[in-house]
Design a protein around this ligand. Sequence first.
Ligand SMILES: [Zn+2]
Length: 224
Amino acid sequence: MTKIKYYPPTYESESFNCAHCRVYSSQYWCYLRTVRMPHVGHIIQDRTLPDHFAASLCGYCRGWSIWIEEILVYPAQVAVENPNEDMPEDVKKLYMESAQVLSTSPRAAAALLRLGLQMLLGVVGGDGNNINDDIGKIVKLGVEPETQKALDLLRVFGNNGAHPGEIKLDEDPGLVIKMYELMNYITDRLITQKDQINELFEGLPEGIKAQIELRDNKKKEEKS
Ligand SMILES: [Zn+2]
């Protein structure tokens, strides 16, 4: 995972990470400036509107973003990766809820993802109470070093969303964007891949599975 700077959509900025496609791209600005008022006697009068209504066009995906009084109103949420299919439903819900508040509060978004992580850990071998303890438990069960790092990154970023910390999430919302990718990564490692391997293993002929069990029991006897 490379460190890519994330520039959130900003009013009248020439380029930012598009809320539709997430690509850092040039933005073309348009303004709704005149209103045509028909009057009695068919005199048409043009009135100038204050600079309250604007739209920006993404140079990459050609998607429109709509702004009212300098606030992004459409799309309603900044696009993030779709949650991994195998993510437990309640965690998926928090993930989506987090994405909805990302543009207005990166810290609230991070805190929601932290809660999602806590619940996820409860499903994959932890007790779902203390994130730090649960990561310790899961590491003991055996995970790749990258999975452990991903878990700790989520924990540390999430803590900074929930408590004041050294990492300023509102100054670098790109870190919160990374949290969604990390959530998907750990779901893939701790759920998807395990399920796939278990399924393949279960499909082995009974005789072969029995041989493997016999071998492992022997090893245990040798050890004791
Ligand atoms: Zn775009």
